[in-house]
Ligand binder design. Structure first.
Ligand code: NAG
Ligand code: NAG
Ligand code: NAG
Ligand code: NAG
Length: 576
Protein backbone atom coordinates (compact mmCIF):
# COMPACT_ATOMS: atom_id res chain seq x y z
CA UNK A 1 0.00 0.00 0.00
CA UNK A 2 1.12 3.56 -0.61
CA UNK A 3 -0.33 5.79 2.04
CA UNK A 4 -0.55 9.51 1.42
CA UNK A 5 1.60 11.56 3.72
CA UNK A 6 0.58 14.26 6.03
CA UNK A 7 2.86 17.16 6.54
CA UNK A 8 4.52 16.57 9.86
CA UNK A 9 5.78 19.45 11.91
CA UNK A 10 9.45 18.68 12.04
CA UNK A 11 11.65 20.73 14.27
CA UNK A 12 15.33 21.33 13.96
CA UNK A 13 17.43 18.80 15.74
CA UNK A 14 19.97 20.99 17.43
CA UNK A 15 18.63 21.26 20.96
CA UNK A 16 16.91 17.96 21.27
CA UNK A 17 20.05 16.03 20.56
CA UNK A 18 21.48 17.15 23.88
CA UNK A 19 18.74 16.09 26.17
CA UNK A 20 19.15 13.43 28.77
CA UNK A 21 16.01 11.58 29.63
CA UNK A 22 15.29 10.07 33.00
CA UNK A 23 12.34 8.19 31.82
CA UNK A 24 9.03 7.47 33.42
CA UNK A 25 6.92 4.96 31.52
CA UNK A 26 3.19 5.39 31.43
CA UNK A 27 0.99 2.58 30.14
CA UNK A 28 -0.30 2.54 26.55
CA UNK A 29 -3.56 4.32 25.84
CA UNK A 30 -6.38 1.78 25.94
CA UNK A 31 -9.18 4.26 25.27
CA UNK A 32 -10.41 4.90 21.76
CA UNK A 33 -8.67 7.90 20.23
CA UNK A 34 -8.33 9.57 16.87
CA UNK A 35 -5.99 7.46 14.78
CA UNK A 36 -2.49 8.69 14.07
CA UNK A 37 -1.71 9.67 10.50
CA UNK A 38 1.21 8.32 8.49
CA UNK A 39 3.84 10.99 7.90
CA UNK A 40 6.51 9.15 5.92
CA UNK A 41 9.77 7.28 6.13
CA UNK A 42 12.49 9.26 7.88
CA UNK A 43 16.22 8.68 8.10
CA UNK A 44 18.03 9.34 11.34
CA UNK A 45 20.90 11.76 10.98
CA UNK A 46 24.16 10.55 12.39
CA UNK A 47 24.75 11.38 16.03
CA UNK A 48 21.19 12.48 16.72
CA UNK A 49 18.15 10.79 18.10
CA UNK A 50 15.20 10.97 15.77
CA UNK A 51 12.72 10.49 18.64
CA UNK A 52 13.97 10.53 22.24
CA UNK A 53 11.58 8.18 24.02
CA UNK A 54 12.11 4.46 23.57
CA UNK A 55 9.07 2.46 24.57
CA UNK A 56 9.70 -0.44 26.93
CA UNK A 57 7.27 -2.57 24.88
CA UNK A 58 8.93 -5.57 23.30
CA UNK A 59 9.53 -5.49 19.53
CA UNK A 60 8.63 -9.19 19.28
CA UNK A 61 4.95 -8.62 18.60
CA UNK A 62 5.05 -4.95 17.66
CA UNK A 63 2.42 -3.46 15.37
CA UNK A 64 1.74 0.11 14.31
CA UNK A 65 -1.33 0.13 16.56
CA UNK A 66 0.68 -0.93 19.61
CA UNK A 67 3.40 1.65 19.11
CA UNK A 68 0.90 4.42 18.49
CA UNK A 69 -0.95 3.48 21.71
CA UNK A 70 2.35 3.61 23.62
CA UNK A 71 3.04 7.12 22.37
CA UNK A 72 -0.52 8.31 22.92
CA UNK A 73 -0.50 6.98 26.48
CA UNK A 74 2.71 8.87 27.20
CA UNK A 75 1.45 12.13 25.69
CA UNK A 76 3.73 12.24 22.65
CA UNK A 77 2.84 13.62 19.28
CA UNK A 78 4.90 11.32 17.05
CA UNK A 79 5.36 7.56 16.97
CA UNK A 80 8.20 5.96 15.06
CA UNK A 81 8.95 2.32 14.28
CA UNK A 82 12.37 1.07 13.26
CA UNK A 83 13.92 -2.25 12.34
CA UNK A 84 11.07 -4.79 12.63
CA UNK A 85 9.26 -2.89 15.34
CA UNK A 86 11.35 -1.04 17.93
CA UNK A 87 8.97 1.68 19.04
CA UNK A 88 9.99 5.30 19.74
CA UNK A 89 8.02 8.44 20.57
CA UNK A 90 8.76 12.15 20.54
CA UNK A 91 7.51 15.68 20.21
CA UNK A 92 9.59 16.50 17.15
CA UNK A 93 11.03 14.34 14.42
CA UNK A 94 14.73 15.06 14.14
CA UNK A 95 15.46 13.45 10.83
CA UNK A 96 15.22 13.74 7.06
CA UNK A 97 12.33 12.53 4.97
CA UNK A 98 13.62 9.75 2.76
CA UNK A 99 12.27 7.39 0.14
CA UNK A 100 9.67 4.83 1.09
CA UNK A 101 11.88 1.93 0.03
CA UNK A 102 14.19 2.64 3.00
CA UNK A 103 11.39 1.54 5.32
CA UNK A 104 11.64 -2.05 4.22
CA UNK A 105 11.30 -4.14 7.38
CA UNK A 106 7.89 -5.49 8.29
CA UNK A 107 6.47 -5.43 11.81
CA UNK A 108 7.00 -8.60 13.78
CA UNK A 109 3.45 -8.40 15.12
CA UNK A 110 1.83 -7.90 11.70
CA UNK A 111 3.81 -8.74 8.60
CA UNK A 112 1.60 -6.66 6.33
CA UNK A 113 2.69 -3.47 8.09
CA UNK A 114 5.90 -1.57 7.55
CA UNK A 115 8.08 -1.02 10.64
CA UNK A 116 10.85 1.19 9.33
CA UNK A 117 14.18 -0.17 8.20
CA UNK A 118 17.80 -0.14 9.15
CA UNK A 119 18.23 3.42 10.45
CA UNK A 120 14.93 4.45 8.86
CA UNK A 121 11.74 5.15 10.80
CA UNK A 122 8.09 4.85 9.83
CA UNK A 123 6.67 7.97 11.42
CA UNK A 124 3.06 8.45 12.48
CA UNK A 125 1.63 11.65 13.94
CA UNK A 126 -1.22 12.48 16.28
CA UNK A 127 -3.65 14.79 14.45
CA UNK A 128 -5.20 16.18 17.64
CA UNK A 129 -2.58 18.83 18.37
CA UNK A 130 -3.46 22.51 17.80
CA UNK A 131 -2.35 23.65 14.38
CA UNK A 132 -1.19 27.15 15.28
CA UNK A 133 2.45 27.49 16.17
CA UNK A 134 3.03 28.15 19.85
CA UNK A 135 5.43 30.83 21.07
CA UNK A 136 7.33 31.11 24.29
CA UNK A 137 4.72 33.63 25.45
CA UNK A 138 2.28 30.72 25.57
CA UNK A 139 4.04 29.24 28.59
CA UNK A 140 2.12 30.25 31.70
CA UNK A 141 3.76 29.99 35.11
CA UNK A 142 1.91 27.37 37.16
CA UNK A 143 3.81 27.70 40.38
CA UNK A 144 6.34 25.83 42.46
CA UNK A 145 6.25 22.01 42.39
CA UNK A 146 8.13 19.15 43.95
CA UNK A 147 10.60 17.16 41.86
CA UNK A 148 12.76 14.09 42.05
CA UNK A 149 10.55 11.79 44.05
CA UNK A 150 11.58 8.11 44.22
CA UNK A 151 8.85 7.50 41.61
CA UNK A 152 10.62 9.64 39.04
CA UNK A 153 11.23 13.17 37.88
CA UNK A 154 8.50 15.72 37.33
CA UNK A 155 9.82 16.43 33.84
CA UNK A 156 12.17 13.96 32.23
CA UNK A 157 14.13 15.85 29.60
CA UNK A 158 17.06 17.74 31.01
CA UNK A 159 18.35 20.45 28.68
CA UNK A 160 22.11 20.25 28.79
CA UNK A 161 22.41 22.50 25.78
CA UNK A 162 21.51 25.46 27.97
CA UNK A 163 24.48 26.53 30.05
CA UNK A 164 23.49 26.23 33.71
CA UNK A 165 25.72 29.10 34.79
CA UNK A 166 23.77 31.56 32.64
CA UNK A 167 20.32 30.06 33.09
CA UNK A 168 17.28 32.33 32.84
CA UNK A 169 13.61 31.45 32.62
CA UNK A 170 13.51 32.64 29.05
CA UNK A 171 16.43 30.46 27.97
CA UNK A 172 14.76 27.44 29.46
CA UNK A 173 11.39 28.21 27.87
CA UNK A 174 13.15 28.67 24.53
CA UNK A 175 14.80 25.28 24.81
CA UNK A 176 11.55 23.54 25.72
CA UNK A 177 9.71 25.41 23.01
CA UNK A 178 12.28 24.34 20.43
CA UNK A 179 11.52 20.76 21.40
CA UNK A 180 7.73 21.31 21.29
CA UNK A 181 7.45 20.39 24.95
CA UNK A 182 4.26 21.60 26.63
CA UNK A 183 5.90 21.68 30.09
CA UNK A 184 9.05 23.49 31.14
CA UNK A 185 10.66 23.94 34.51
CA UNK A 186 13.67 25.57 36.11
CA UNK A 187 15.32 24.11 39.18
CA UNK A 188 18.19 24.74 41.57
CA UNK A 189 19.17 28.03 39.95
CA UNK A 190 20.58 26.54 36.77
CA UNK A 191 18.73 23.41 35.64
CA UNK A 192 16.24 23.37 32.81
CA UNK A 193 13.81 20.48 32.34
CA UNK A 194 11.14 19.83 29.73
CA UNK A 195 8.41 17.25 29.44
CA UNK A 196 5.24 16.15 27.70
CA UNK A 197 3.58 15.07 30.93
CA UNK A 198 4.08 15.99 34.56
CA UNK A 199 5.38 13.03 36.54
CA UNK A 200 2.99 11.08 38.69
CA UNK A 201 4.42 12.06 42.05
CA UNK A 202 4.73 15.78 41.46
CA UNK A 203 2.95 17.97 43.99
CA UNK A 204 2.33 21.68 44.42
CA UNK A 205 4.79 23.27 46.82
CA UNK A 206 4.85 26.57 48.58
CA UNK A 207 6.06 29.33 46.26
CA UNK A 208 8.60 30.29 48.91
CA UNK A 209 10.41 27.00 48.32
CA UNK A 210 11.27 28.09 44.79
CA UNK A 211 13.48 30.88 46.00
CA UNK A 212 16.77 30.33 44.21
CA UNK A 213 17.78 33.09 41.83
CA UNK A 214 18.52 32.13 38.25
CA UNK A 215 22.26 31.89 37.68
CA UNK A 216 21.92 34.09 34.61
CA UNK A 217 19.56 36.68 36.10
CA UNK A 218 19.48 37.26 39.86
CA UNK A 219 16.16 39.10 39.56
CA UNK A 220 14.39 35.91 38.50
CA UNK A 221 13.65 32.73 40.42
CA UNK A 222 14.75 29.37 39.02
CA UNK A 223 13.19 26.88 41.42
CA UNK A 224 14.96 25.49 44.46
CA UNK A 225 16.54 22.30 45.75
CA UNK A 226 14.22 19.57 44.50
CA UNK A 227 11.72 22.26 43.53
CA UNK A 228 10.67 23.27 40.03
CA UNK A 229 9.25 26.54 38.85
CA UNK A 230 6.85 25.03 36.35
CA UNK A 231 5.47 26.50 33.12
CA UNK A 232 2.80 25.04 30.84
CA UNK A 233 1.83 25.82 27.26
CA UNK A 234 -1.64 24.42 26.53
CA UNK A 235 -1.02 25.20 22.88
CA UNK A 236 1.47 22.32 22.79
CA UNK A 237 -0.85 19.76 24.33
CA UNK A 238 -3.16 17.45 22.44
CA UNK A 239 -6.71 18.72 22.33
CA UNK A 240 -7.82 15.13 22.80
CA UNK A 241 -5.40 13.44 25.21
CA UNK A 242 -5.77 9.78 26.07
CA UNK A 243 -9.05 9.39 27.91
CA UNK A 244 -10.67 12.31 26.14
CA UNK A 245 -14.36 11.81 25.57
CA UNK A 246 -15.98 13.73 22.76
CA UNK A 247 -18.79 15.94 24.05
CA UNK A 248 -22.10 14.08 24.09
CA UNK A 249 -25.34 15.88 23.31
CA UNK A 250 -26.91 14.65 26.57
CA UNK A 251 -24.05 14.01 28.90
CA UNK A 252 -24.95 12.83 32.36
CA UNK A 253 -21.67 13.77 33.98
CA UNK A 254 -21.18 17.50 34.27
CA UNK A 255 -17.87 19.16 33.64
CA UNK A 256 -15.32 19.42 36.39
CA UNK A 257 -16.07 21.65 39.27
CA UNK A 258 -13.36 24.21 39.17
CA UNK A 259 -13.29 27.12 36.75
CA UNK A 260 -14.77 26.00 33.52
CA UNK A 261 -14.34 29.08 31.40
CA UNK A 262 -10.97 28.23 30.00
CA UNK A 263 -11.82 24.69 29.03
CA UNK A 264 -14.23 25.68 26.31
CA UNK A 265 -11.59 26.17 23.67
CA UNK A 266 -10.60 22.55 23.55
CA UNK A 267 -13.80 21.11 22.18
CA UNK A 268 -14.64 22.97 19.02
CA UNK A 269 -11.40 23.09 17.10
CA UNK A 270 -10.50 19.48 17.44
CA UNK A 271 -12.43 17.66 14.76
CA UNK A 272 -9.96 17.53 11.94
CA UNK A 273 -10.97 14.85 9.53
CA UNK A 274 -8.05 12.74 8.53
CA UNK A 275 -9.43 10.43 5.96
CA UNK A 276 -7.98 7.76 3.70
CA UNK A 277 -4.73 6.52 5.16
CA UNK A 278 -5.62 6.38 8.79
CA UNK A 279 -5.27 3.19 10.69
CA UNK A 280 -7.68 2.09 13.33
CA UNK A 281 -6.22 1.66 16.74
CA UNK A 282 -6.77 -1.31 18.95
CA UNK A 283 -10.06 -0.70 20.68
CA UNK A 284 -10.63 -4.41 20.89
CA UNK A 285 -9.13 -4.93 24.33
CA UNK A 286 -12.45 -4.72 26.10
CA UNK A 287 -11.67 -6.97 29.01
CA UNK A 288 -9.27 -4.61 30.71
CA UNK A 289 -11.18 -1.37 30.81
CA UNK A 290 -9.04 1.68 31.42
CA UNK A 291 -9.32 3.86 34.48
CA UNK A 292 -8.99 7.52 33.86
CA UNK A 293 -7.98 9.96 36.51
CA UNK A 294 -8.46 13.57 35.65
CA UNK A 295 -6.88 16.11 37.91
CA UNK A 296 -7.80 19.73 37.54
CA UNK A 297 -5.12 21.78 39.16
CA UNK A 298 -6.47 25.24 39.86
CA UNK A 299 -4.40 28.08 38.51
CA UNK A 300 -1.76 29.23 40.94
CA UNK A 301 -1.97 32.68 39.43
CA UNK A 302 -5.60 33.47 38.87
CA UNK A 303 -5.35 37.23 38.38
CA UNK A 304 -2.01 38.75 37.48
CA UNK A 305 -0.76 42.32 37.76
CA UNK A 306 2.92 42.65 36.92
CA UNK A 307 4.97 40.74 39.46
CA UNK A 308 1.98 40.00 41.61
CA UNK A 309 -0.41 37.05 41.41
CA UNK A 310 -3.67 36.68 43.25
CA UNK A 311 -4.37 33.69 45.39
CA UNK A 312 -7.25 31.91 43.58
CA UNK A 313 -10.69 32.56 44.98
CA UNK A 314 -12.41 29.53 46.50
CA UNK A 315 -15.15 27.94 44.45
CA UNK A 316 -18.67 28.94 45.44
CA UNK A 317 -22.16 27.73 44.72
CA UNK A 318 -24.34 29.97 46.88
CA UNK A 319 -24.60 33.56 48.06
CA UNK A 320 -22.71 32.94 51.32
CA UNK A 321 -19.83 31.25 49.53
CA UNK A 322 -19.81 34.10 47.06
CA UNK A 323 -19.44 36.66 49.84
CA UNK A 324 -16.60 34.65 51.31
CA UNK A 325 -14.88 34.76 47.95
CA UNK A 326 -15.38 38.51 47.84
CA UNK A 327 -13.62 38.89 51.22
CA UNK A 328 -10.87 36.68 49.95
CA UNK A 329 -10.53 38.95 46.93
CA UNK A 330 -10.76 42.32 48.65
CA UNK A 331 -8.21 41.36 51.31
CA UNK A 332 -5.65 40.88 48.53
CA UNK A 333 -5.91 44.37 47.06
CA UNK A 334 -3.18 45.83 49.27
CA UNK A 335 -0.77 43.03 48.35
CA UNK A 336 -1.33 43.83 44.67
CA UNK A 337 -0.29 47.44 45.22
CA UNK A 338 2.65 46.31 47.29
CA UNK A 339 4.11 43.71 44.93
CA UNK A 340 3.00 44.38 41.33
CA UNK A 341 5.71 46.96 40.56
CA UNK A 342 5.39 50.12 38.50
CA UNK A 343 3.78 50.54 35.96
CA UNK A 344 1.90 47.24 36.14
CA UNK A 345 0.73 48.26 39.58
CA UNK A 346 -1.79 50.48 37.81
CA UNK A 347 -3.67 47.28 36.91
CA UNK A 348 -4.38 46.80 40.62
CA UNK A 349 -7.15 49.36 40.29
CA UNK A 350 -8.81 46.98 37.87
CA UNK A 351 -8.25 44.08 40.23
CA UNK A 352 -9.88 46.08 43.01
CA UNK A 353 -12.81 46.80 40.70
CA UNK A 354 -13.02 43.12 39.86
CA UNK A 355 -13.39 42.26 43.56
CA UNK A 356 -16.17 44.83 43.74
CA UNK A 357 -17.77 43.08 40.76
CA UNK A 358 -17.70 39.82 42.74
CA UNK A 359 -19.50 41.61 45.57
CA UNK A 360 -22.11 43.02 43.19
CA UNK A 361 -22.63 39.57 41.78
CA UNK A 362 -23.18 38.07 45.27
CA UNK A 363 -25.66 40.77 46.17
CA UNK A 364 -27.61 40.81 42.91
CA UNK A 365 -30.62 38.61 42.30
CA UNK A 366 -29.45 35.14 41.34
CA UNK A 367 -29.49 34.30 37.66
CA UNK A 368 -30.78 31.00 36.24
CA UNK A 369 -27.59 29.29 37.42
CA UNK A 370 -27.80 30.64 40.97
CA UNK A 371 -24.56 31.97 42.41
CA UNK A 372 -21.65 30.13 40.92
CA UNK A 373 -18.00 30.91 40.39
CA UNK A 374 -17.94 29.58 36.84
CA UNK A 375 -20.99 31.67 35.99
CA UNK A 376 -19.25 34.80 37.29
CA UNK A 377 -16.06 33.81 35.46
CA UNK A 378 -17.99 33.61 32.20
CA UNK A 379 -19.09 37.21 32.72
CA UNK A 380 -15.89 38.66 34.20
CA UNK A 381 -12.89 36.48 33.57
CA UNK A 382 -9.82 37.27 35.66
CA UNK A 383 -7.12 39.17 33.87
CA UNK A 384 -3.93 37.65 32.45
CA UNK A 385 -3.48 34.93 35.02
CA UNK A 386 -2.84 31.36 33.96
CA UNK A 387 -5.34 28.65 33.27
CA UNK A 388 -6.23 25.65 35.33
CA UNK A 389 -4.22 22.64 34.22
CA UNK A 390 -5.99 19.40 33.48
CA UNK A 391 -3.89 16.30 33.53
CA UNK A 392 -5.29 12.95 32.59
CA UNK A 393 -3.62 9.69 33.42
CA UNK A 394 -4.99 6.48 32.02
CA UNK A 395 -4.07 3.22 33.62
CA UNK A 396 -5.45 -0.27 33.30
CA UNK A 397 -7.91 -0.99 36.09
CA UNK A 398 -6.59 -3.42 38.64
CA UNK A 399 -9.81 -5.45 38.61
CA UNK A 400 -10.96 -4.97 35.02
CA UNK A 401 -14.62 -4.75 35.93
CA UNK A 402 -15.91 -1.29 35.28
CA UNK A 403 -14.79 1.96 33.83
CA UNK A 404 -14.44 4.54 36.49
CA UNK A 405 -13.89 8.18 35.90
CA UNK A 406 -12.93 10.02 39.01
CA UNK A 407 -12.53 13.72 39.05
CA UNK A 408 -10.43 15.11 41.80
CA UNK A 409 -9.88 18.76 42.10
CA UNK A 410 -7.04 19.64 44.38
CA UNK A 411 -8.46 22.88 45.60
CA UNK A 412 -6.30 25.28 47.48
CA UNK A 413 -6.75 24.73 51.16
CA UNK A 414 -9.20 27.38 52.08
CA UNK A 415 -9.67 28.87 55.46
CA UNK A 416 -12.58 31.22 56.00
CA UNK A 417 -11.55 34.85 55.94
CA UNK A 418 -13.08 37.77 57.82
CA UNK A 419 -14.94 40.52 55.97
CA UNK A 420 -12.55 43.03 54.38
CA UNK A 421 -13.49 45.86 56.72
CA UNK A 422 -10.60 47.81 58.15
CA UNK A 423 -10.66 47.96 61.92
CA UNK A 424 -8.04 50.69 61.78
CA UNK A 425 -9.08 54.21 60.82
CA UNK A 426 -8.34 55.15 57.21
CA UNK A 427 -8.07 58.82 56.26
CA UNK A 428 -11.18 59.67 54.26
CA UNK A 429 -12.93 62.64 52.66
CA UNK A 430 -11.31 65.76 51.15
CA UNK A 431 -9.69 63.90 48.29
CA UNK A 432 -8.43 61.05 50.46
CA UNK A 433 -7.24 58.41 49.94
CA UNK A 434 -4.66 60.01 47.69
CA UNK A 435 -4.67 58.46 44.24
CA UNK A 436 -7.54 56.17 45.36
CA UNK A 437 -4.96 53.85 46.88
CA UNK A 438 -6.64 52.34 49.93
CA UNK A 439 -5.13 51.82 53.36
CA UNK A 440 -4.26 48.11 53.66
CA UNK A 441 -6.84 46.25 55.72
CA UNK A 442 -6.07 45.26 59.30
CA UNK A 443 -8.60 42.87 60.78
CA UNK A 444 -8.86 39.51 62.54
CA UNK A 445 -6.32 36.81 61.81
CA UNK A 446 -7.73 34.07 59.55
CA UNK A 447 -5.15 31.41 60.48
CA UNK A 448 -6.51 29.41 63.42
CA UNK A 449 -3.10 28.22 64.61
CA UNK A 450 -2.05 31.84 65.14
CA UNK A 451 -4.72 32.17 67.80
CA UNK A 452 -4.96 33.25 70.54
CA UNK A 453 -1.48 34.79 70.48
CA UNK A 454 -1.91 36.88 67.33
CA UNK A 455 -5.52 37.94 66.86
CA UNK A 456 -4.75 40.68 64.29
CA UNK A 457 -3.37 40.67 60.82
CA UNK A 458 -2.28 43.24 58.29
CA UNK A 459 -3.46 41.76 54.96
CA UNK A 460 -0.43 42.68 52.89
CA UNK A 461 0.29 39.39 51.09
CA UNK A 462 -1.83 37.31 48.70
CA UNK A 463 -0.95 34.24 50.75
CA UNK A 464 -2.48 35.16 54.08
CA UNK A 465 -0.04 32.93 55.94
CA UNK A 466 2.67 35.40 54.99
CA UNK A 467 0.91 38.54 56.17
CA UNK A 468 2.18 40.48 59.20
CA UNK A 469 0.43 39.43 62.42
CA UNK A 470 0.08 41.27 65.69
CA UNK A 471 -0.71 40.48 69.29
CA UNK A 472 -3.43 42.22 71.24
CA UNK A 473 -1.13 44.78 72.91
CA UNK A 474 0.32 45.71 69.58
CA UNK A 475 -2.85 46.58 67.72
CA UNK A 476 -2.02 50.23 67.13
CA UNK A 477 1.31 49.12 65.73
CA UNK A 478 -0.59 47.06 63.16
CA UNK A 479 -2.47 50.18 62.13
CA UNK A 480 0.68 52.30 62.02
CA UNK A 481 2.27 49.69 59.77
CA UNK A 482 -0.76 49.88 57.51
CA UNK A 483 -0.36 53.69 57.39
CA UNK A 484 3.26 53.25 56.38
CA UNK A 485 2.45 50.75 53.64
CA UNK A 486 -0.22 53.04 52.27
CA UNK A 487 2.37 55.82 52.22
CA UNK A 488 4.89 53.63 50.37
CA UNK A 489 2.29 52.71 47.77
CA UNK A 490 1.20 56.32 47.45
CA UNK A 491 4.78 57.25 46.56
CA UNK A 492 5.35 54.30 44.27
CA UNK A 493 2.09 54.49 42.40
CA UNK A 494 0.65 57.96 42.66
CA UNK A 495 3.76 60.14 42.88
CA UNK A 496 5.59 58.02 40.33
CA UNK A 497 2.59 58.09 38.03
CA UNK A 498 2.45 61.87 38.30
CA UNK A 499 6.17 62.16 37.63
CA UNK A 500 6.01 60.10 34.45
CA UNK A 501 2.90 61.85 33.31
CA UNK A 502 4.64 65.21 33.60
CA UNK A 503 7.45 64.28 31.24
CA UNK A 504 5.55 62.59 28.44
CA UNK A 505 7.67 62.86 25.35
CA UNK A 506 11.22 61.86 26.09
CA UNK A 507 12.91 59.77 23.45
CA UNK A 508 10.36 57.71 21.62
CA UNK A 509 7.52 58.95 23.73
CA UNK A 510 8.11 56.61 26.57
CA UNK A 511 5.61 56.47 28.12
CA UNK A 512 2.63 58.36 26.67
CA UNK A 513 -0.40 59.44 28.55
CA UNK A 514 -3.45 59.68 26.39
CA UNK A 515 -7.18 59.75 26.43
CA UNK A 516 -9.40 57.19 24.86
CA UNK A 517 -12.72 57.79 23.12
CA UNK A 518 -14.55 57.77 26.44
CA UNK A 519 -12.24 60.37 27.91
CA UNK A 520 -10.45 57.95 30.23
CA UNK A 521 -6.78 58.56 30.52
CA UNK A 522 -4.50 55.74 29.68
CA UNK A 523 -0.88 55.03 29.64
CA UNK A 524 0.93 53.71 26.65
CA UNK A 525 4.46 52.64 26.00
CA UNK A 526 6.16 53.24 22.71
CA UNK A 527 4.59 52.35 19.42
CA UNK A 528 5.61 48.72 19.16
CA UNK A 529 4.59 47.92 22.69
CA UNK A 530 1.27 46.32 23.39
CA UNK A 531 1.10 47.62 26.91
CA UNK A 532 -1.73 49.97 27.46
CA UNK A 533 -3.49 50.71 30.69
CA UNK A 534 -6.70 52.50 31.37
CA UNK A 535 -8.03 53.99 34.51
CA UNK A 536 -10.54 56.72 34.97
CA UNK A 537 -9.12 59.55 37.00
CA UNK A 538 -7.00 62.53 36.31
CA UNK A 539 -3.68 62.78 38.05
CA UNK A 540 -2.50 66.33 37.58
CA UNK A 541 -0.08 66.92 40.45
CA UNK A 542 3.59 67.56 40.02
CA UNK A 543 5.88 64.93 41.51
CA UNK A 544 6.65 67.10 44.52
CA UNK A 545 3.04 68.01 45.17
CA UNK A 546 2.15 64.33 44.91
CA UNK A 547 4.83 63.36 47.40
CA UNK A 548 3.66 66.04 49.81
CA UNK A 549 0.10 64.82 49.59
CA UNK A 550 1.21 61.30 50.33
CA UNK A 551 3.13 62.53 53.30
CA UNK A 552 0.24 64.59 54.68
CA UNK A 553 -2.01 61.57 54.41
CA UNK A 554 0.57 59.49 56.26
CA UNK A 555 0.82 62.01 59.09
CA UNK A 556 -2.95 62.16 59.41
CA UNK A 557 -3.18 58.38 59.37
CA UNK A 558 -0.66 58.12 62.20
CA UNK A 559 -2.58 60.68 64.22
CA UNK A 560 -5.85 58.77 63.82
CA UNK A 561 -4.42 55.38 64.68
CA UNK A 562 -1.75 56.01 67.27
CA UNK A 563 -3.84 55.38 70.35
CA UNK A 564 -6.33 52.84 69.04
CA UNK A 565 -6.94 49.90 71.30
CA UNK A 566 -7.55 46.35 70.15
CA UNK A 567 -9.10 45.23 73.40
CA UNK A 568 -12.69 44.78 72.22
CA UNK A 569 -11.88 43.65 68.69
CA UNK A 570 -11.64 40.12 67.32
CA UNK A 571 -12.65 38.39 70.57
CA UNK A 572 -12.15 34.80 69.33
CA UNK A 573 -11.20 32.88 66.23
CA UNK A 574 -14.02 32.98 63.72
CA UNK A 575 -15.91 35.74 65.53
CA UNK A 576 -15.51 38.60 63.16
C1 NAG B 1 -2.37 -6.20 9.97
O1 NAG B 1 -2.31 -4.90 9.39
C2 NAG B 1 -3.25 -4.72 8.35
C3 NAG B 1 -2.95 -3.35 7.72
O2 NAG B 1 -2.89 -2.34 8.68
C4 NAG B 1 -4.66 -4.85 8.88
O3 NAG B 1 -5.60 -4.68 7.84
C5 NAG B 1 -4.82 -6.19 9.55
O4 NAG B 1 -6.09 -6.28 10.16
C6 NAG B 1 -3.74 -6.43 10.57
N1 NAG B 1 -3.81 -7.78 11.07
C7 NAG B 1 -3.92 -8.04 12.37
C8 NAG B 1 -3.95 -9.49 12.73
O5 NAG B 1 -3.98 -7.16 13.21
C1 NAG C 1 1.39 6.92 40.65
O1 NAG C 1 1.93 6.77 41.93
C2 NAG C 1 1.12 6.06 42.83
C3 NAG C 1 1.81 6.06 44.16
O2 NAG C 1 2.04 7.37 44.59
C4 NAG C 1 0.88 4.66 42.30
O3 NAG C 1 0.01 3.98 43.16
C5 NAG C 1 0.28 4.73 40.92
O4 NAG C 1 0.16 3.46 40.38
C6 NAG C 1 1.14 5.57 40.01
N1 NAG C 1 0.48 5.71 38.74
C7 NAG C 1 1.13 5.61 37.60
C8 NAG C 1 0.33 5.80 36.39
O5 NAG C 1 2.32 5.38 37.55
C1 NAG D 1 -21.58 23.89 47.77
O1 NAG D 1 -20.21 23.99 48.09
C2 NAG D 1 -19.88 23.49 49.36
C3 NAG D 1 -18.44 23.82 49.62
O2 NAG D 1 -17.68 23.86 48.46
C4 NAG D 1 -20.17 22.00 49.41
O3 NAG D 1 -19.85 21.47 50.66
C5 NAG D 1 -21.64 21.78 49.10
O4 NAG D 1 -21.91 20.40 49.03
C6 NAG D 1 -22.01 22.45 47.78
N1 NAG D 1 -23.45 22.36 47.61
C7 NAG D 1 -24.00 22.01 46.46
C8 NAG D 1 -25.47 21.99 46.43
O5 NAG D 1 -23.32 21.72 45.49
C1 NAG E 1 4.83 45.16 67.81
O1 NAG E 1 5.01 45.00 66.42
C2 NAG E 1 6.24 45.47 65.93
C3 NAG E 1 6.23 45.28 64.47
O2 NAG E 1 5.36 46.17 63.92
C4 NAG E 1 7.35 44.68 66.57
O3 NAG E 1 8.61 45.16 66.11
C5 NAG E 1 7.26 44.83 68.10
O4 NAG E 1 8.22 44.01 68.68
C6 NAG E 1 5.90 44.41 68.58
N1 NAG E 1 5.78 44.69 69.98
C7 NAG E 1 5.28 43.80 70.82
C8 NAG E 1 5.21 44.22 72.23
O5 NAG E 1 4.89 42.71 70.47
Amino acid sequence: MAPARTVAALAAAALVAHVRATEVFLPPCLDPFQPFVYSGCFAEAQGTQILPYRSPATPDDMTVEKCVAECKGNGYRYAGLVYYGVCYCGQTVNGQLTTEDQCNTHCKGNETQSCGGNGAFSIWSDPTFPSEAATIEDYDPIGCWTDDSPLGRALVYRQDSVDGSTMTTEKCLKACHAGNFPFAGTEYGGECWCGVVIGNDTRPADQGECDMSCNGDPSEKCGGRGRLNLYAADELLSLEPCGYEPPQPSSSTPATTTTSTTSTSSSSTSTSTTSSTTISTSTTTTSSAPCTTTTVIPPTCEYKCGKWCSNPLPDWNDSEGCKGAWSHCALQVASCFKYAGFPDVLDCFEFSQWCTDVSSYCNAKPGPKGYRKDDFWGKKPPKSGNKPVTSTITVACPTATSTKTSTTSTSTTQTPVPPPTNICKPVTGNGYPIGDIPMPVVTCNDVSSDWPKYPFKLYNHADTRKCSKFDRNNFSNACLNACKEQYDECIEVYAEGCRQKKSPSKGFGWPFWRRDAEGKSYFEFNANSVEKRTFGFGWTDSYNDAKNKCYRQYAECQRLNKYLSGRDKCPAYGRW
